[in-house]
Design a protein around this ligand. Structure first.
Ligand code: ATP
Ligand code: MG
Length: 235
């Protein structure tokens, strides 16, 4: 099932007298239950695309249907509500709060959603367990490795049970081994929860870990490859 459909997206930036067209009529559909990777060279517009698809940045033209909601026709309030309820985001730089333990970081979004403290704590424990961090739940970011920090960030996105999970270069601050753990965790989440996971990266090492790879250049998707089915443990 396609949960995310972008049609004819156009986006450009003007700096001084220069105008750069970053998205030039880009269309795509993304399915639930799999990890889709958008790959493309640095500066080709991947982060711009992800922020438009996730409701953070309005395109100049074009539409995004996300879970049957026409995102850019919605008002600000329903857009904020949509993002809070249905989307999770994982960033390159982890974006953790230095003074909070792993467990507290993961509880945070549930607080914004009005979930009570006890239920939030329990759900945060489950999410941390899913990324293999139960033994690290009480530690601060400074006491965690890069790979562990990114897994906390994934748990924080996961704890909301979002239908859409976006990741912008989630492995680029990590070494190869930790990058693999992170990307395989994202893929497992897609398969086990039926989540639509959309990851952008310029790292060619990730290509073999995705269910589907969309290649982006010159403002459009120019190639769409589906991976051979493989077992969960293969890497
Ligand atoms: N707010 C902005 N104002 C002006 N130009 C911008 C802005 N955001 C992005 N750009 C430009 O748009 C182009 C695409 O940027 P974007 O960050 O989307 O690329 P990217 O594919 O994510 O790159 P990377 O792989 O390095 O993260 C770049 O040339 C960038 O300089
Ligand atoms: Mg980027």
């Amino acid at each position: 099932m396609s949960t995310l459909i972008a049609n004819d997206l156009r986006m450009g930036y003007t700096s001084g007298k220069l105008r750069a067209e970053v998205l030039r009529g880009l269309s795509l559909t993304v399915d639930a239950g799999q990890l889709t990777l958008i790959a493309g060279p640095s500066g080709c517009g991947k982060s711009t695309l992800l922020s438009i698809l996730s409701g953070l940045q309005r395109p100049d033209k074009g539409s995004v249907m996300a879970l049957s909601e026409d995102l850019w026709r919605s008002n600000r309030r329903s857009l904020d509500h949509f993002r809070l309820r249905h989307t999770g985001f994982v960033f390159q730089g982890f974006n953790l709060f230095p003074a909070l333990t792993a467990l507290e970081q993961v509880m945070l979004p549930l607080g914004y959603m009005g979930v009570g403290d006890r239920a939030a704590r329990e759900r945060a424990r489950v999410a941390l367990d899913e990324v293999g961090l139960t033994p690290r739940a009480h530690l601060l970011p400074a006491e965690l490795s890069g790979g562990e920090k990114q897994r906390v960030a994934i748990a924080r996105a996961l704890v909301k049970h979002p239908q859409l999970l976006f990741a912008d270069e989630p492995t680029s601050a990590l070494d190869a081994a930790n990058g693999q753990i992170v990307i395989d965790t994202l893929r497992r989440i897609a398969h086990e929860h039926g989540t639509t996971v959309l990851c952008v990266s310029h790292d060619p090492r990730l290509v073999t870990h995705a269910d589907r790879v969309l290649e982006m250049e010159d403002g459009v998707i120019w190639n769409d490859r589906r991976a051979e089915p493989k077992s969960e443990n293969a890497s």
